[in-house]
Design a protein around this ligand. Structure first.
Ligand code: ADP
Length: 227
């Protein structure tokens, strides 16, 4: 379970990205974060990924305060987290296969196991026949499927997605969303920041609306515009 307790994040004295956030997300939930640009959605995800520390407050993941993790503990915590971005953030000089294999190589998984897991994941995501291509040779949908494959190959407990459909046409955006829903159905908690009203309205999942750094709505089976 994820808990934000009175979390405030100030970047400078004048910029308060999040203010006194209190939030609980159960294991296995699928949560949309919506709200205008600058509302604090990315900051919330990045705090959870421990890319930033909050200015004040606690962030508990499985009852452990991640703001207190030391440098030895941090890499292990990060294995619990997968992160997907709008602009994919793939390594341009590595193939699809190498990009997806990277997180397993980094953690020292043996080559046979890496090969097996990568093949299984690329086939599952329908990009096996693209495995020797470089990111610039892929369509937007293929690039995002590669990025999601890389994010989940290490079996994270929590998948964070920051505008993952932002650069995609509606049909491709929908197929990427279906992939995230499927990953969620395996038990992975998914938090997705998005501006995509149609997707949010059709999914009937929990919708948290942020505005100027505060949660202004939290609706169990909401839509983008539900009041
Ligand atoms: P959203 O994802 O909802 O668009 P962000 O979390 O990116 O919102 O931004 C929230 C606020 O924090 C904005 O005012 C933004 O300019 C500011 N902000 C975000 N990241 C930084 C940063 N690294 N340094 C300074 N200000 C930042």
């Amino acid at each position: 379970m994820v808990q934000f307790q009175n979390v405030t994040k100030k970047f400078t004295t004048n910029i308060t990205a999040l203010e006194d956030i209190n939030l609980e997300v159960e294991n296995g939930e699928f949560v949309f974060l919506v709200g205008p640009s600058g509302a604090g959605k990315s900051t919330l995800l990045r705090l959870l990924a421990r890319e930033y520390l909050p200015t004040t407050g606690k962030i508990l993941v499985d009852d452990k305060d991640i703001t207190k993790l030391n440098s030895n503990e941090l890499p292990f915590y990060r294995r619990k987290i997968g992160f997907v971005f709008q602009n994919f953030k793939l390594l341009d000089d590595r193939t699809v296969l190498e990009n997806v294999a990277l997180p397993l190589h980094v953690r020292g998984t043996n080559d046979t196991e890496v090969a097996k897991e990568v093949e299984r994941t690329l086939k599952l995501f329908d990009i096996w026949d693209r495995r020797y291509l470089f990111p610039k040779q892929l369509s937007g949908g293929e690039a995002q499927r590669t990025a999601i494959a890389r994010a989940i190959i290490g079996k994270p407990e929590i998948l964070l997605a920051d505008e993952p459909t932002g650069d995609l046409d509606p049909e491709t955006a929908w197929s990427v969303l279906q992939l995230l829903v499927e990953i969620n159905s395996w038990g992975t908690t998914v938090l997705m920041a998005t501006h995509n009203k149609e997707i949010v309205d059709l999914q009937k999942r929990r919708v948290i609306t942020l505005k100027k750094g505060k949660i202004i709505k939290d609706i169990k089976e909401g839509g983008y515009t539900t009041h």
